[in-house]
Design a binder for this molecule. Structure first.
Ligand code: ADP
Length: 454
């Protein structure tokens, strides 16, 4: 109401682009499953389905102190994980923002310095006669894993671009940097955040089968039967299973044939650090949703359908609209949409928005978030139905990341969408659980398991 016919028409165009029917999602799920199977069968496929070398499950009764380094796309966390038994773990941790310099140049030296700061601040630096401290390294970028504690970087994602790392063992790069600081630290395991999120849940919940991240980026890991992992050439583990890190953010990369690309997605992709890669991730995760919305806002403004055609230096710059602003816009129920006014007029520095402008801005936020949540269900359903027998008993999906935790309605829409594709009798067995700090605690759990089994 109050909108012109042209504005209404533009919003209708967006709704058609961003609201995906169940039928369309069903087709994408089928293609997703095909790509999963291909990745389990051979190397060099779209979904890398990386064997993690994690072939154990914790009992929850293990105890001891382990350390972890968690490198996400936005922050680095260093922590001590104390396993207390009974499925309980406590964390002592310190968070460091990744400076631009670390993202593009000095990453591993920066990480080593943070480890040193953490150990010194808490008086835990080992003396020359002490045993090495055992660290789990949560490294959430695609690696070709060659053992539980080695793996070569395939390529960077999520805005990191440090030269000289692709094709090299990231554990060696880290241990060399630690050595340069004289730290007696042993990296017992390197895992993706999905694998550690899964293992953190498994420490307290035997039903945990899948770990998922919806944060800066997105990925999932699950326990796979090794007989289904045809490309696995190593010895079969005694447990008969292995956690596989799917690297699902790469779904539809290079081909761009299956996902519902809009001109706004294509504009983002072209200007990203990794064009045509991580196609699925770019429609789902925190790093990108704000940018998609910014592209839409400019598309509307350029047609004089929003903000009277005005923009600002801030709004014109890539990445100006953080996804957290979409979160607050999507839940703004105040009569004059004052939170949105704040974002448009203060954060983006475009003065004098009208109520209609703000209503359209809210619709944009909701559409981008809703598509992300519905597409997230695609990967989940494909994974849940891969080992359908798992759905006949209780099964826990452990999920971490700001999108899942904070984006309004994301968890509800994702679960609701998934329920359309799984029989009710099985769907009721599924529990989606927020595993806050899961990737840190899980890295400690895996360091413990790796040390126990070496
Ligand atoms: P990481 O994936 O780096 O470990 P997070 O899970 O915290 O870290 O995800 C950070 C991403 O989430 C950033 O891209 C940020 O824009 C986005 N984000 C932060 N807060 C929110 C929020 N309230 N709603 C939606 N997205 C958010």
């Amino acid at each position: 109401e109050g909108a012109t016919a042209a504005q209404q028409e533009a919003v209708d165009v967006l709704a058609r682009q961003f609201l995906l029917s169940d039928e369309r999602l069903g087709e994408i799920i089928k293609e997703f499953r095909r790509r999963m199977e291909a990745g389990l069968a051979s190397d060099g496929t779209m979904l890398k389905m990386v064997p993690s070398y994690v072939v154990w499950r914790p009992t929850g009764e293990e105890t001891g102190a382990y350390f972890a380094i968690d490198l996400g796309g936005t922050n680095l966390r260093v922590m001590r994980v104390t396993l207390e038994g009974n499925g309980r773990a406590t964390l002592l941790h310190q968070k460091f923002a990744l400076p631009e310099e670390a993202k593009t140049r000095t990453l591993f030296d920066f990480i080593a310095q943070c480890v040193e700061t953490f150990l010194d601040d808490h008086n835990m630096r080992p003396a020359a006669t002490d045993p090495h401290l055992s660290f789990g390294f949560t490294f959430s970028y695609p690696i070709d894993q060659t053992s539980i504690n080695s793996g070569t970087l395939i390529h960077w994602t999520k805005g990191l671009d440090v030269p000289g790392c692709v094709g090299r063992d990231v554990v060696r790069l880290l241990e060399d940097a630690l050595l340069r600081l004289g730290l007696r630290v042993k990296v017992a395991a390197v895992v993706s955040d999905t694998v550690s999120t899964l293992l953190s849940a498994a420490y307290s919940d035997p039903a945990a089968q899948i770990g998922v991240i919806f944060g800066t980026g997105t990925n999932a890991a699950y326990y796979e039967d090794v007989t289904s992992l045809a490309k696995w050439k190593g010895a079969d583990p005694a447990s008969g299973e292995m956690v596989v890190s799917m690297e699902w953010g790469a779904f539809d990369s290079h081909e761009l044939a299956t996902l519902p690309f809009t001109p706004h997605d294509i504009k983002l992709d072209r200007k990203s650090l990794n064009p045509r890669e991580q196609a699925y991730e770019k429609m789902i995760s925190g790093m990108y949703l704000g940018e998609i919305a910014r592209n839409i806002v400019l598309w509307l403004a350029d047609q004089r359908l929003l903000l009277d055609g005005r923009s600002s230096t801030i709004l014109n710059a890539m990445w100006a609209l953080d996804t957290s602003y979409l979160s607050s816009a999507a839940v703004d129920d105040s009569p004059d949409l004052s939170a949105i006014r704040q974002v448009i007029e203060k954060t983006l520095n475009v003065p004098d928005s009208t109520l209609v402008d703000r209503r359209i801005f809210k619709i944009v936020a909701i559409l981008v978030g809703e598509r992300a949540a519905r597409l997230s269900a695609v990967g989940l359903v494909a994974t849940l139905t891969k080992r359908a027998e798992m759905l006949n008993r209780p099964i826990t999906v452990a999920i971490d990341g700001s999108m899942y935790e904070h984006y309004p309605g994301f968890d509800r829409i994702m679960a609701e969408t998934a329920s359309h594709f799984i029989p009710e009798s099985q769907f009721k067995n599924i529990r989606f659980s927020l595993a806050r700090d899961g990737s840190g605690i899980g890295a400690g759990v895996i360091a413990m398991l790796a040390t126990q089994h070496q």
